[in-house]
Write a protein that binds this ligand. Structure first.
Ligand code: NAD
Length: 332
């Protein structure tokens, strides 16, 4: 099948070309993001392959469908950037990669917790400058911490497994309780209000949906323990970044670790070293010594990217063969 591949990075080509040797699809790689403005590039391609920050709103989908695109193959798990209901009405199928390596995201999550707790980024720069003082580097034992997980699906479960290894007390809030989390990792399910009030560390592992938009807002932050650590490796808009800044200024939030940011599509995945940063909210976040930001790299391990390529191409082949689309995304 002819595939218009958007938001391409050099590493995407390496993994997709390797996996495609077994599939034989005709892939054209475009560096640009897929938006209403760039849809024209997909003309004549039955499939458009998109990533987390491509914008598949109703107008982009209408234009794609009018040009003959019949399949949106997301090479990611989240699908908050696609108007799935409009796609359904237009007869455009949407497939995704629901699971590729929950370990990759979970390990990065725990990495952020440890790096913030023990101030590893500061410690490393200090030592390289010849400063071996320990002032300001005091951390806490993870073993003595209560960690609250919001969402205990595939990634939340892996985080629970790692934290259980540290001996943390683990609380969780989810619409659906995960039996493995309860029986193997001693996770206690509580209400959202209890979780935010009791946790020393709060880590977000739920999808971005209308009811989770700005889940961490002024009101939720007000209920948290003073000095709480908040980690977000899910989707940026789960946190109201302005409210987080107020929480950091008042020192209610003691640490913030984020791999995702609400307005990240204008920033992440590009080298902007010599450009002026115009997002004042993001710029303010970068000024706090107790904020650590990575640019949506939690998924980025060789195992995860290889699995993403394999599943994306399997999804496309299934569509081409008229087989059941086991990874289809449907409107609720
Ligand atoms: P999953 O579907 O396996 O689990 C999500 C869990 O969230 C489910 O158990 C669901 O019941 C729960 N949930 C839904 N609404 C909730 C709510 N209001 N409150 C609490 N829990 C709720 O998904 P997953 O594979 O664990 O991924 C979680 C999220 O991680 C994805 O939605 C995606 O946004 C994000 N993600 C980020 C990266 C990255 O590189 N940073 C990579 C992959 C996924």
């Amino acid at each position: 099948m002819k595939i218009a591949f958007f938001s391409t990075k050099p590493y995407d080509r390496v993994f997709f070309d390797k996996a495609n040797a077994d599939f034989g699809h005709e892939i054209t790689y475009f560096e640009t993001r897929l938006t209403r403005q760039t849809v024209k590039l997909a003309e004549g391609y039955e499939c458009a392959c998109a990533f987390v920050n491509d914008q598949l709103d109703a107008s982009a989908l209408i234009a794609l469908a009018a040009q003959g695109t019949r399949l949106i193959a997301l090479r990611c798990a989240g699908f908050n950037n696609v108007d799935v209901s409009s796609a359904g009405k237009l007869g455009v199928s949407v497939v995704r990669v629901p699971a590729y390596s929950p370990y990759a995201v979970a390990e990065h999550t725990v990495g952020l917790m440890l790096a913030l707790n023990r101030k590893i980024y500061w410690a490393n720069s200090r030592v390289k400058e010849g400063n071996f003082a320990l002032d300001g580097l005091l951390g806490f034992d993870m073993r003595s911490a209560t960690v609250g997980l919001i969402g205990t699906g595939k990634i939340g479960e892996c985080v629970a497994s790692a934290l259980h290894g540290f001996g943390c007390r683990i609380l969780a809030h989810d619409k659906q309780e995960n039996k493995i989390c309860k029986t193997e990792y001693g996770v206690e399910y509580v209400s959202f209000e209890e979780l935010v009030a009791q946790s020393d560390v709060i880590s977000l592992h739920c999808p971005l949906l209308p009811d989770t938009y700005h889940l961490i807002n002024m009101e939720a932050i007000a209920r948290m323990k003073k000095g709480v650590m908040i980690i977000n490796t899910s989707r940026g808009a789960l946190i109201d970044a302005r409210a987080a800044i107020e929480g950091l200024k008042s020192q209610k939030i003691g640490y913030l670790g984020i791999d995702v940011y609400e307005e990240e599509e204008e920033l992440f995945f590009e080298d902007k070293t010599f450009q002026i940063l115009t997002d004042d909210v993001f710029a303010r976040l970068t000024t706090f010594p107790n904020v650590m930001i990575t640019g949506h790299q939690a998924y980025f391990t060789k195992e995860a990217v290889a699995r993403i390529a394999q599943t994306t191409l399997e999804n496309i082949t299934a569509y081409e063969n008229g087989s059941e689309l086991i990874n289809a995304v449907k409107a609720e």
